[in-house]
Design a protein around this ligand. Sequence first.
Ligand code: BTN
Length: 245
Amino acid sequence: FDLIFNEEIDSTNDEAARQLAAGREAPFIVVATKQTKGRGRFGRVWHSEANGNLYISFAFRPQLEPARMQTFTLWMGINLCELIANFTRTTPGLKWPNDILFDGRKAGGILTEARIDSDQIRDLVFGLGLNLNSDSDSWPAALTKRAISLAEHTNTPLDINKFTAALIGRVLDAYDQFVSGAYQKTFADRWHEYDILRGKSIKLLHGSETISGTASGIDDEGSLIVKTDKGRTERFRAGEVTIEK
Ligand code: BTN
């Protein structure tokens, strides 16, 4: 596979999508020291200074049912947590569907984007922003208490090259397992090992609706199970969760 390295780029996800559209052979990987237009979910900004954090996108060309997108992001999250746990000897948490946390503070986020054609996923870009070495005090004030890096959490700087090499191996393996379907039997159980929401009172923003209830894990399709305050059990494929204090 090709590894495309940039000192500076708008967004590694955008660059991966452009290269896919131009016909580049997949898989390939785009990585950058800094991004000028790093994006998160819901069109949010992903702060992407040159501060020793990781901005990386993996480009694939699968032929999969669009319904499997949801489990893809969750499956990658599990694999990232297992890798981070190996490196840091501490256990991160997963917040459905795409956040990696330490002590309730965000350490990483996943942005999976796909082009769907004739009811099949064609171009798939798996983007990951991981706070490896940043110092939260150097971030905008609003983020200081909401974000954390692995180095801050462990009090030890992290070797970005070593980490990235291990990450690439892990993600490519996880992708193969995903495509073969081999992950499906264990995936919900493995998610629950890192799930920080299970048993918590949450609010789920789903379209224009807000649902209050208790998070109750995920099902085999990767949907969030919520026991609502109205006494029903509902499943959600998408949405944004806040934890109620
Ligand atoms: C989120 O938490 O909302 C997802 C954040 C994803 C950020 C990464 S950084 C590398 C890749 N390029 C982007 O523009 N976004 C993703």
